[in-house]
Design a protein around this ligand. Structure first.
Ligand code: ATP
Ligand code: MG
Length: 235
């Protein structure tokens, strides 16, 4: 489904991602893990068409357009680090924004209602400014908004960041629920141990390069999930 080969991202003299190759198959949760500054966000932004990059990115065998809006229309939705919701707009307005890339615009109102059933709190707060929601509620809004573009692949950049453990657990449970519904998911996380409980496989980034990949058990056996390795982000 998603195939990334030789992905490279640089910011002037800084090479943030170096020759990264990874794959997400249909119905998989694949984790991209690594310490602070490892290059996770740079990698997923490049994949989503938000950063110039070298290498190739294909979705279901077709090159993914290198512009974010077109990548979204091609079926890849990114929930960015920090969520990217519009705080001065209402919950309902944020959700409507998520629908602009849908092929089938006529079904948007029904799809918004469906998301409000999935996340009842968003229905209750539909006319509130999104900026007044709690962090966990904002994360749900960001995910609901991404789902409204009817993606085939959902990319989540540290969705649990800054959330209380119980709320982080709800987000991880939701990701599992989406997989059960057939969605492919690329999940960026620093909380390696926690995310490997739900991920089918993971890729470990270290200063821009792929250090290892495999199942949680395989990575644990290599000592790659230790607190020392994950430094700031052990979960
Ligand atoms: N806009 C930018 N300009 C210059 N350097 C940048 C920029 N964004 C990121 N970097 C650098 O690129 C490297 C990778 O950063 P990136 O944000 O991709 O890492 P990350 O794995 O997402 O980290 P975190 O876990 O803190 O979110 C870091 O060295 C960072 O300082
Ligand atoms: Mg990041």
């Amino acid at each position: 489904m998603l195939a990334v080969q030789g992905l490279s991202v640089r910011y002037g003299p800084i090479q943030a991602v170096r020759e990264l190759s990874l794959e997400v198959r249909p119905g998989e949760i694949v984790a991209l893990i690594g310490a602070n500054g490892a290059g996770k966000t740079s990698a997923v932004k490049a994949i989503a068409g938000l950063l110039p990059h070298g290498g190739s990115v294909t979705l279901s065998g077709k090159p993914l357009p290198r512009r974010a809006e077109r990548a979204l229309r091609a079926g890849l939705a990114l929930v960015p680090e920090g969520r990217g919701i519009l705080g001065q707009m209402t919950v309902a307005e944020n959700l409507r924004m998520g629908g602009y890339a849908r092929r089938d615009r006529a079904s948007l109102p029904a799809a918004i209602e469906e998301q409000m059933r999935r996340f009842p709190i968003l229905g209750e707060r539909r006319d509130r400014l999104a900026g007044l929601l709690s962090g966990g509620e904002q994360q749900m809004l960001a995910i609901a908004r991404a789902l409204l573009s009817a993606p085939r692949l959902l990319v989540l950049d540290e969705p649990s960041l800054g959330l209380a453990p119980i709320m982080a657990a709800r987000i991880f449970a939701l990701v599992e629920e989406l997989r059960a519904g057939g969605m492919a998911i690329l999940l960026v996380e620093q909380k390696a141990r926690q995310v490997l409980k739900i991920a089918d496989r993971a890729y470990v980034l270290e200063t821009g390069s792929l250090r290892a990949s495999g199942t949680g058990a395989e990575l644990a056996a290599q000592g790659l999930l230790s607190d020392a390795f994950m430094a700031a982000g052990a979960g």
